[in-house]
Design a protein around this ligand. Structure first.
Ligand code: M6R
Length: 610
């Protein structure tokens, strides 16, 4: 949540910082700001309420020159979205700070600083950092030492970048609970909360570790660990596409990412499947041996990633004969839970930085799990670095706040994990091959399903004036209903709920009337007839139905039911394909309602606070 960019260069850095913010805007978009110091030590700060665009417009009329700068795009935690609460925060017109995360003990620090005469202008937790560092610098110490001392007083999570106009040639950054990456250029260096921000200026990155503090000048980056000892952090070359932050021909990132799914699925399987088998060790070196001994799976995740975990529970239990529990990370981390013998903890996360999921992983390490595996989309992210094993999803950057391709790729990876474990637990060669050929056929099935786009666009018209909606599914399609409802509420702001269709008559049937559209996901599986009965229960009560169905499922459109035929797909893998029309539906409904599709209100892409 929130985005940080910083640069130390000989050239003016304002444009680099603003472009970085534009690329990070998906992380928060309540307000944006920039602070630049020039070589004479003049500090200029510009902040605006709203999106990066507003900041850009301000900078068009107010030229800000200088080679050292920090910038921020905010997702408000403490203090409403406003210009006064926007970062950078400044102390005594000397120290400027941008910060991601939450300082939990800020009140105590603020009271102490007020006693010392500091005046606070914002309602944020971040402002204490600026004044604290200013205060510490009254002793004869360097900026880096002051940041180190300040860090010892701060409780909570932070990724932060600090400038002192009296030392205009440097930025000091610190990481504890919120990621930061250093970007290495030629005679210029950078920092950001996500490497995506820096792709236009460098490909060489080093990820800071927890507790690290780094001093960045044009020619040198020095990293110190929590104890203040100099340390080396490996520099790696990124092969992420420079354009990955662009929408291409699409109107929104979400549309681009929905359409990228066939390619994304292909990439996640490439080089990992051969001759009808999942290759050894694709989940990490030595994983094949370890997976042979797994007796229980505990999946922990949030939001869309949790829904992916829910689907896989059906697969682990039915195909790999393995008990599987799935839990929301924010619940798991605060619950005393039982760890069966030889349990594998699996975290699912697009970003790899979700605070609750990360906390759950850290907790699990003390709980006696035999090992931990993360299925994640971001190289070098905290979950990847802290898990014993990692499966990189290779979905490509997902910028739209609503997760789309990450979900279908997670499902693909999870099915591969089911096969990799299942082969040690009685999943026959024949069944493995059937699943693998189904997986390999998915990109084509999804491409076919995407052709329904125009029809779904028309269907979406019916939803434009609705306030509520209900998503129904059975079996492994129930989590697809959950995911469909999450997409609908997240970007169209229509209240959407999901139910296992068999549960309708236990309460929610009371809601049914002509004002409540009901979306049903109906592949041709063993639960089809049961689902049809549930559909009839709704029809009998005047409900309006929208059914995404297998073309052989024999649903017929009429006055109360609109049916959209999907290609026939192996029932095991149907959840992956049936996700796509629900994504398209949410997208088109949001378009018609004129909401901000890629950056829906109140949300941010990477939830790095609790
Ligand atoms: O990065 P993660 O997969 O850990 O994120 C988890 C959720 O915050 C995320 O899936 C969220 O629910 C999406 N915005 C939903 O579209």
């Amino acid at each position: 949540m929130c985005g940080i960019v910083g640069a130390v260069a000989q050239r003016d850095v304002a444009d680099i910082l603003v472009e970085g913010l534009r690329r990070l805007e998906y992380r928060g978009y309540d307000s944006a700001g920039i602070a630049i110091v020039n070589s004479e030590g003049a500090l200029t700060r510009v902040r605006r309420l709203g999106k990066v665009q507003a900041l850009e417009e301000a900078l068009n009329t107010q030229f800000v020159a200088g080679g050292t700068g920090i910038a921020h795009t905010r997702w408000a935690t403490h203090g409403e979205p406003s210009e006064i609460n926007a970062h950078p925060h400044v102390s005594c017109e000397t120290i400027a700070v941008v910060h991601n995360g939450i300082i939990e003990n800020y009140r105590v620090i603020r009271d102490a600083l007020i006693q010392k005469g500091y005046l606070f202008e914002s309602a944020t937790d971040t402002e204490v950092i600026a004044h604290l560092i200013h205060d510490l610098l009254k002793a004869d110490i360097s900026l880096r030492e002051a940041v180190q001392l300040a860090s010892q007083q701060l409780e909570g999570a932070y990724g932060m970048a600090i400038m002192d106009k009296r030392q205009p040639d440097r930025i000091v950054v610190a990481r504890s609970g919120s990621p930061l990456v250093i970007g290495y250029g030629l005679g210029e260096n950078f920092v950001a909360s996500d490497q995506l921000a820096l792709l236009p200026v460098t490909r060489r990155f080093a990820f800071l570790e927890e507790g690290d503090i780094a001093e960045i000048t044009r020619h040198r980056v020095q990293v110190f660990d929590r104890e203040g000892q100099p340390v080396e952090r490996a520099i790696s070359e990124s092969n992420a596409s420079h354009d990955s932050g662009d929408k291409g021909p699409y109107k929104h990132f979400m549309a681009k990412e929905i359409y990228e799914q066939p390619m994304a699925l292909q990439r996640t399987m490439e080089g990992r499947i051969q001759s009808g088998h999942v290759l050894d060790d694709v989940f990490g070196t030595g994983s094949a041996d370890l997976l042979a001994h797994v007796e229980h799976i505990q999946i922990v995740a949030c939001g869309t990633s949790y829904n992916a975990g829910m689907v896989s529970r059906y697969w682990f239990e039915a195909l790999a004969d393995l008990s599987c529990n799935v839990e929301i990370a924010s619940e798991f981390r605060y619950r005393k839970s039982f760890v069966p013998r030889n349990s594998l903890l699996v975290t699912l996360s697009q970003s790899g930085e979700t605070a609750d999921t990360l906390a759950a992983l850290r907790l699990a390490k003390e709980m006696g799990y035999m090992s931990s595996l993360t299925i994640c989309n971001v190289e070098g992210s905290s979950l990847v670095r802290e898990s014993d094993m990692a499966y990189m999803m290779k979905a490509g950057p997902e910028i739209g706040v609503a997760s789309t391709k990450a979900f279908t790729v997670q499902l693909t990876a999870l099915m591969m994990l089911v096969v990799a474990i299942g082969r040690h637990r009685g999943l026959s060669d024949e069944k493995q091959q059937q699943i693998i050929s189904g997986l390999l056929a998915l990109p084509a099935k999804i491409t076919q399903t995407l052709m329904l786009d125009k029809e779904i666009e028309q269907l979406a018209e019916d939803f434009s004036d609705k306030q509520h909606s209900l998503f129904l599914g059975r079996g492994s399609q129930y989590p697809i209903a959950l995911e469909g409802a999450l997409k609908m509420k997240e970007i169209s702001y229509i209240h959407a709920e999901a139910y296992a269709a068999g549960e309708l008559k236990h309460g929610p049937l009371a809601l049914i009337d002509a004002e409540m559209p009901i979306i049903v996901v109906a592949p041709n599986n063993e639960l089809l007839e049961k689902l049809k009965s549930n559909v009839e229960e709704v029809r009998a009560r005047g409900g309006l139905l929208y059914v995404f169905a297998d073309k052989d499922a024999n649903f017929k459109s009429d006055d109360t039911m609109k049916v959209m035929d999907l290609p026939h797909v192996d029932e095991l893998l149907a959840p992956i394909v049936y996700t796509v029309p629900t994504q398209l539906l949410a997208y088109h409904v949001a378009l018609i309602r004129g909401t901000d599709v890629d950056q829906p209100r109140n949300l941010a892409k990477s939830v790095t606070v609790e």
